[in-house]
Design a protein around this ligand. Structure first.
Ligand SMILES: Cc1cc2nc3c(=O)[nH]c(=O)nc-3n(C[C@H](O)[C@H](O)[C@H](O)COP(=O)(O)O)c2cc1C
Length: 325
């Protein structure tokens, strides 16, 4: 399938794997890129420029297809070495960066100068327009359904995507709640030129996470996610577990007085325990409502091939039938 997104990134299928902390390692990114999509290494999981350079080199050994690096800009008391990470990406020759979090304007001149295409992930139309204005090449429009940080506007993709289509000139992909061919074809119908998946890619054979994580997604329904840290205006959609319910209870009791330190036990340093060790009650970890649409753990190639062949059938048969009638 050819869209402005496949053309922009030089990929076969308009499917992107969003950056995911402790999931977006070289194995994940290479598997998605080898399957014809765009795999993304998560920069902050590596943390230092040296480790990121090493991860990029590992990914190169596993694929000769294009892949990208995610840079999530978060407010932090001890910020990561962003200048060093940007420098490392440029020197490594990676040609795609997925930015997320704060406005990436500060880093764009350097990235563009190096011929890097930038796709900014954002959860609102106004931030998408801003991304276009500052020179991003594309946006990933992340609806309220998404795993991770949906922002504070709570606009689901059935509204957000057509609104983005009405306002944007640069191409965008639909993100949040994407699982299968139906997601892709519906996104295309609403004006997107592809889709970005997070949660769905974790439940694949190649995802470099503990088997317990994959089984948790497989066993979850669309009712099993919760929004945490809303009172801190840092809302995150996570899979429910004991730690999450404890956290929500604290939010209820502390109300407006809550501080990050009150919930740090449930959210700080949790990812290695969950993703690597499989200790599923260790804390809150991002997961989308789309878990309810995950029924198996295929290889990435099987997943991508299935999406693309079913998308062809949906467009060529089901939709064509309605058009003919
Ligand atoms: C476990 C997990 C970790 C994530 N970590 C990050 C991250 O570090 N940076 C980022 O920009 N997005 C992160 N995301 C968001 C994804 O890139 C993607 O936007 C989101 O998962 C899309 O929604 P979906 O899960 O419904 O597909 C994460 C998502 C998950 C599920």
């Amino acid at each position: 399938m050819k869209t402005r997104i496949t053309e922009l990134f030089g990929i076969e299928h308009p499917i992107i794997q969003g950056g995911m902390h402790y999931v977006g390692l070289a194995e994940m990114a290479a598997a998605v890129s080898n399957a014809g999509g765009l795999g993304i290494i998560t920069g902050l999981t590596q943390g230092t420029p040296e480790k990121l350079a090493n991860e990029i080199a590992r990914c190169r050994e596993m694929t000769d297809k294009p892949f990208g690096v995610n840079l999530t800009f978060l407010p932090s008391v001890t910020p990561p070495d962003y200048p060093g990470l940007v420098d490392c990406i440029i020197k490594s020759g990676v040609k795609v960066v997925e930015t997320a979090g704060n406005n990436p304007a500060k880093w764009l001149p350097q990235l563009k100068e190096a011929g890097i295409k930038v796709i900014h992930k954002c959860t609102s139309v106004r931030h998408s327009i801003k991304a276009q204005e500052i020179g991003c090449d594309a946006v990933s429009v992340d609806g309220f359904e998404c795993g991770g940080h949906p922002g504070e506007d709570d606009i689901p993709n059935f509204i957000l995507l057509p609104r983005a289509a009405d306002e944007l000139e640069i191409p965008f992909v639909a993100s949040g709640g994407m699982a299968d061919a139906r997601s892709l074809v519906a996104s295309l119908a609403m004006g997107a030129e592809g889709m970005n998946m997070g949660t769905r890619f974790i439940a694949t054979k190649e995802a470099p996470v503990h088997e317990n994580v994959k089984q948790a997604i497989l066993g979850a329904s669309e009712l099993d996610t919760r929004l945490v840290m809303r009172p801190l205006r840092n809302t995150e959609r996570v899979l429910t577990n004991d730690a999450v319910e404890r956290l929500l209870e604290k939010e209820k009791q502390l109300g407006a007085h809550i501080k990050f330190e009150d919930v740090a036990g449930e959210v700080a340093g949790v990812y290695p325990k969950i993703m690597t060790q499989g200790t599923m009650d260790a804390g809150a970890w991002s997961c989308g409502m789309v878990a309810g649409l995950v029924y198996d753990i295929p290889t990435v190639q099987e997943l991508v091939d299935r999406i693309m062949s079913e998308a062809d059938a949906l467009i060529g048969e089901r939709l064509a039938r309605f058009a003919a009638a």
